[in-house]
Design a binder for this molecule. Structure first.
Ligand code: URA
Length: 289
């Protein structure tokens, strides 16, 4: 007698006839436990950011030669962060973000939030750009000078490149939502500090929850490290898919990493990989349609 296991196509056809059209694991999946695990991982990442703020505080008066998203380099004085202030600001941020029901509420809450030192030196709040029902949210590092002047993320040369990258997969700002890990420009375009990212994180997370997209893309290292709780260089993180979820989202979403357009302008050799990443994003969006 023929063994049905010898013919997998027949088994699949039988399953389809029976109405089974979705692949599932053999063991039941405890989605609640997964959310709790993801939360614990992000809480650990937030703790690491606070620790970073502590060492910024301990190293007060030092300078850093770190170059920010907009590619300027040279030693920039780092404003010492007071960890007690950061913890207090974080509590306020969690409360304000949690109470926001819409993107307008969230923008208004940020407008009234004084817990991020960057606000003092910035010209404008750079909240975000795009549509509230976007199926894809992209989070970059920090606003630069052009963004600060216009109050809009990803303008100037890197914004023009990002627009071209999006256009290559049939996306534009009428279909996406763009924002950053911090909502004000770090002075001199330095990278945002751990404390600055930590106090803005509840707002970024709430922004993603409110939009509830199908796909989240982090652009560059700081966004990838803080939102995906992953470590390592962008070249190691890109090309992979992660899961992003919070208890207030309807379902876990797919998340991946893109190179910072500013870096692509400086290192065109990475464009080939960025192109492959864009194709993968397009396929993921089609899959989640
Ligand atoms: N412009 C932004 O708004 N964010 C970045 O990360 C880079 C440029």
């Amino acid at each position: 007698m023929q063994n049905i296991l010898d013919n997998p196509a027949e088994i699949l056809a039988w399953y389809l006839d029976a109405g089974v059209d979705e692949a599932m694991g053999e063991a039941p999946l405890d989605r609640y436990a997964l959310v709790v695990k993801a939360q614990a991982k992000r809480a650990a990442a937030a703790q690491a950011l606070l620790k970073e703020a502590q060492s910024e505080h301990d190293g007060a008066g030092q300078t850093t030669g770190q170059s920010g998203a907009l590619g300027r380099s040279g030693p920039i004085p780092v404003r010492p962060a007071d960890t007690a202030d950061v913890e207090e600001a974080l509590k306020t941020a969690v409360k304000l973000a949690g109470e926001s029901k819409t993107l307008d509420d969230l923008r208004e809450a940020l407008d009234g939030f004084d817990g991020c030192g960057l606000k003092k030196t910035a010209m404008n709040l750079v909240f975000g750009d795009g549509v509230p029902d976007a199926r894809i949210v992209l989070i970059g590092e920090a606003p630069g000078a052009d963004e600060d002047r216009q109050g809009v993320p990803f303008v100037g040369a890197s914004g023009a490149l990002l627009d071209k990258m999006l256009a290559s997969i049939d996306l534009d700002r009428s279909k996406v939502f763009l924002s950053n890990t911090v909502f004000w420009r770090p002075p001199g375009n330095r990278s945002p500090t751990g404390g600055e990212i930590a106090v803005c994180l509840p707002f970024v997370e709430r922004l993603i929850e409110i939009i509830d997209p199908a796909v989240l893309i982090t652009i560059g290292g700081p966004a990838s490290h803080s939102l995906l709780a992953q470590q390592g260089s962008v070249s190691r993180l890109r090309g992979r898919w992660f899961t992003y979820e919070t208890p207030r989202m309807s379902a876990p979403i797919a998340a991946s990493v893109l190179y910072q357009p500013t870096n692509l302008l400086k290192t065109p050799a990475q464009k080939r990989q960025a192109w492959a990443d864009l194709i993968a994003i397009k396929a993921k969006l089609a899959q989640r349609a």
